[in-house]
Structures are given as structure tokens and as C-alpha cells.
Design a protein around this ligand. Structure first.
Ligand SMILES: *Cc1c(COP(=O)(O)O)cnc(C)c1O
Length: 415
């Protein structure tokens, strides 16, 4: 804690430490911006695409246009991009229920899935309406002792069970484990396809979009899904989710959002469609801002002696920054300070509480324009030892830095 008393010095040390990483992040953003721009141009997006529609929403060109743009950017065959998808969990749930049938096996090959997916799967078989309740068979392969996917075990189980689907979660979520890079996703998918060519490889892409230059479909994934109030909404989309991938698989997932036979031909664009387009256009830049904030926070906390994951200059594949705070009091202090720097709800004091879909008390900070948006600066963590805070987002790295500086200053003064 030797540099602790001099925040200015600490800021300078932080900036110096992360400079090369920021350069790399800028290069990725430039590449991704070009990719998105090209998709807009190729699909001749115009003012006409920004009109809302009503009723069934037949021939809704707002909806069709954004789905073409997503299809192009993710190098997929088809996309479903809808404000009627209420969250990331809903998007993923449509994929699982759309594709899996009674007595099919689904195996999570990256350990236990994200908390809100547990009731969807029906882990303890206690949630009626879950996949397991409907007779889908579920298994998961824990990460190995280095917290990486256990490849020998994956090969063995997939060869034996020939599952209908494997689940891969790219982001760490609320877990102290490395996120899984596109290269690693590619290795796993090729492993799965080698021993069981018909197994569908599904990737939960939440928090991963635009962090690398490639997306999971380019690494061989058959189907991926995510939330529009995370990366691809660019902080502008007010709600929604997306599913992209192989045509027949997206169609099956779509039957769970609408109905068999109706598929993707309905769904009025009730909210201003421009927000989905503009958000997606801004997404590579906004993801860059969020990454700069994450790297900055990682470096500053590390300089103060905290353990952070990823460490500041590690290559990233998602926007999550985990910081081990080691005490309940520090969790509260950091969340309170972060909340104080928010543009919205800055006067509110965060408190740990029960959350739908989570089994432990969770503390959250985030004064966001879009409710619950985590591409905006926010932090969450379960109130349990070792008190790990998961920090993510920020629409501007300037805001991110101001916020982290305030948090660090508060932390130093509270000791
Ligand atoms: C956010 C997230 C989800 C979905 O969460 P929602 O809050 O329902 O959008 C699923 N998986 C991961 C890894 C996530 O980060």
C-alpha cells in the first residue's frame, strides 16, 4: 500500500502500465468498427429502416434490416434480433427449449453455467417448466484444477453420450475463472465435432461481443445468443436480445419466442428501431470504452496490492473485471463509491439483497440510463467470501476513470 497516499502518482503509474494494452484494444475496435460499418452499407440501411410498426408486424423492414446486419457481422446464416426477447437469459432459453427434446443430452462443458440459467436447466429438478422437468438430460463438466475447460474429460463424455448439444459460456459471469477466448472456443468445438460431428455447439456470448476481432460462429459455433443491454446494444438499445447462427437452428429457437408456424415473420418494432441500429453501430467503440475502464481498474487495484482477474495486461475476451476485495466492508465501500459517481441515481446507497435467479445475496452498484444495463458502468458481487467484485461497462472511459479514481480514493481514506 506504499503508493496509496498519492493518488496522482498512482494514476500516472496506472496509465503507464496499461499504455500498450490500450493500444491493442484500440486496434481491435478499429477492426470491429470497419466490420460493422461494412454490414450497414452492404445491407443499404436507410431512414426507412427506422420506422416502427404495429400489430403482427408483417414485412417490418426495421426488424428485417437489423437482422441482416447482425447476420453479416456475426458471419452467421440467420439472426433473430428482437426487443421482445426480454433478456440474455430469455434469448439463451429460447435456444435451449427450441432445440432440445425429451431424452436429449445437453452438456455444459465450461463448468456450471451462469446463475440465471440454473432454473432454466432445472439443476436440482425443483423448477417446474425447466428443461429437466421436460425430460431433457443434463450434465456438466467442471473446469480442471487450472480453471480451464477439462479437454480430456470433454472428449470422453461427448464421445460416450453423443449429446444433442454442448453449452459453452465465453464470459466468466460471476465466477473466479478465466473467460474463454475465441481460440479456446475453437479448440473445444473442433474437439467436440471430432468425436461427435452432430453435436450442436452453442455459445453463451454475453459480454463477449466485439472484445476480440472474431466471434464464436467464426470459431465453429452453430448458435450463439446474447443481450442487447450488454455489448451489442452499445448502451443505446433500451431492451432486447439476439440469437444468431445456422438457419435451421435459429428457426427452431424462434419457435419458442413466437410460435411454430409463425416463426420470425411477426413481431412489431414497437420501440424506436433506430436505437437498435445506432447502438449496434456504436458497440465496437462502447466496448472499447468499457475495456479501457476495466484495464484501468485492474491496474490500479493491482498497484494497491489487490488480486485482479484478468490482470491489467492480459488478453481479454469479455468486458468483466473481477477484483478480490476480501471483506464485506470493502464490497460495500466500493459499491457505494461507484454509485456516487453514476450519472443517474448517484444519491442512492447500494445494499446487498436477494435477486431473482441468484441463490446468494448480491450487492450491485450502477446508476444507469437503461435499467440494469451492464454495458454502462456497473458492479456486482455475491456477498460471500472471498468477496469478489465484478466490474463492467462504461459508456465513456473518461467516466470510467473518474469513477475508479473516486473509488480508490474512498477506499484509501476508509482504511
Ligand atoms: C448476463 C449474462 C447472461 C444473461 O443474463 P440476463 O441478465 O438475463 O441478460 C447469461 N450468461 C452470461 C455469461 C451473462 O453474463
Amino acid at each position: 500500500m506504499h503508493v496509496a497516499n498519492d493518488l496522482t502518482k498512482l494514476i500516472k503509474a496506472t496509465e503507464e502500465k496499461i499504455a500498450p494494452t490500450i493500444k491493442a484494444i484500440n486496434r481491435i475496435a478499429l477492426f470491429n468498427q470497419a466490420k460493422v460499418l461494412e454490414a450497414f452499407q452492404k445491407n443499404k440501411i436507410n431512414q426507412g429502416n427506422f420506422q416502427t410498426s404495429t400489430g403482427y408486424g408483417y414485412d417490418d423492414i426495421a426488424r428485417e434490416g437489423i437482422e441482416k446486419v447482425y447476420t453479416a457481422v456475426f458471419k452467421a446464416e440467420k439472426a433473430l434480433v428482437r426487443s421482445q426477447i426480454v433478456s440474455g437469459t430469455h434469448a439463451i432459453s429460447c435456444c435451449l427449449f427450441g432445440l432440445l427434446r425429451p431424452s436429449d443430452w445437453v452438456i455444459s462443458i465450461t463448468g456450471s453455467p451462469y446463475d440465471t440459467l440454473q432454473p432454466v436447466i432445472g439443476h436440482q429438478n425443483t423448477f417446474s417448466g425447466s428443461l429437466m422437468d421436460l425430460g431433457v438430460l443434463y450434465d456438466e463438466i467442471p473446469l480442471d484444477s487450472n480453471l480451464h475447460p477439462n479437454k480430456p474429460e470433454i472428449a470422453q463424455r461427448v464421445r460416450k453420450l453423443k449429446p444433442k448439444m454442448v453449452l459453452i459460456q465465453r464470459s466468466r459471469g460471476y465466477q473466479w475463472r478465466p473467460s474463454i477466448s475465441i481460440d479456446e472456443i475453437q479448440e473445444m468445438i473442433s474437439l467436440v465435432k471430432t468425436v461427435s460431428p452432430d453435436t450442436i455447439c452453442f455459445v453463451d456470448n454475453c459480454y463477449g461481443e466485439f472484445v476480440e476481432t472474431r466471434e464464436p460462429i467464426e470459431a465453429g459455433a452453430d448458435l450463439i445468443a446474447g443481450s442487447l443491454i450488454k455489448n451489442p446494444g452499445g448502451g443505446i438499445a433500451p431492451t432486447g436480445g439476439y440469437i444468431v447462427g445456422k438457419e435451421n437452428l435459429v428457426e427452431l429457437a424462434t419457435t419458442r419466442l413466437t410460435a411454430p408456424g409463425i416463426n420470425d415473420k411477426v413481431g412489431a418494432s414497437l420501440i424506436d428501431p433506430r436505437l437498435l441500429y445506432q447502438g449496434f453501430f456504436m458497440a465496437p467503440h462502447i466496448v472499447k470504452e468499457a475495456l479501457i475502464t476495466a484495464v484501468y481498474a485492474s491496474a490500479m487495484f493491482e498497484l494497491l496490492g489487490y488480486t485482479t482477474d484478468p490482470s491489467p495486461n492480459m488478453v481479454r475476451t469479455d468486458i468483466i473485471q473481477a477484483i478480490k476485495l476480501d471483506s464485506q466492508q470493502k464490497m460495500t465501500t466500493v459499491c457505494k463509491a461507484l454509485q456516487e459517481t453514476s450519472p443517474v441515481d448517484s444519491f442512492i446507497t447500494p445494499e446487498a439483497s436477494e435477486m431473482a435467479g441468484y441463490d446468494k445475496q448480491v450487492i450491485m452498484a450502477g446508476g444507469t440510463f437503461v435499467q440494469g444495463s451492464s454495458i454502462e458502468l456497473s458492479a456486482d458481487g455475491p456477498m460471500t467470501s472471498p468477496y469478489i467484485l465484478y466490474l463492467q461497462g462504461s459508456l465513456s472511459s473518461e467516466h470510467g476513470k473518474l469513477a475508479i479514481n473516486h473509488v480508490i480514493n474512498t477506499l484509501i481514506n476508509s482504511n
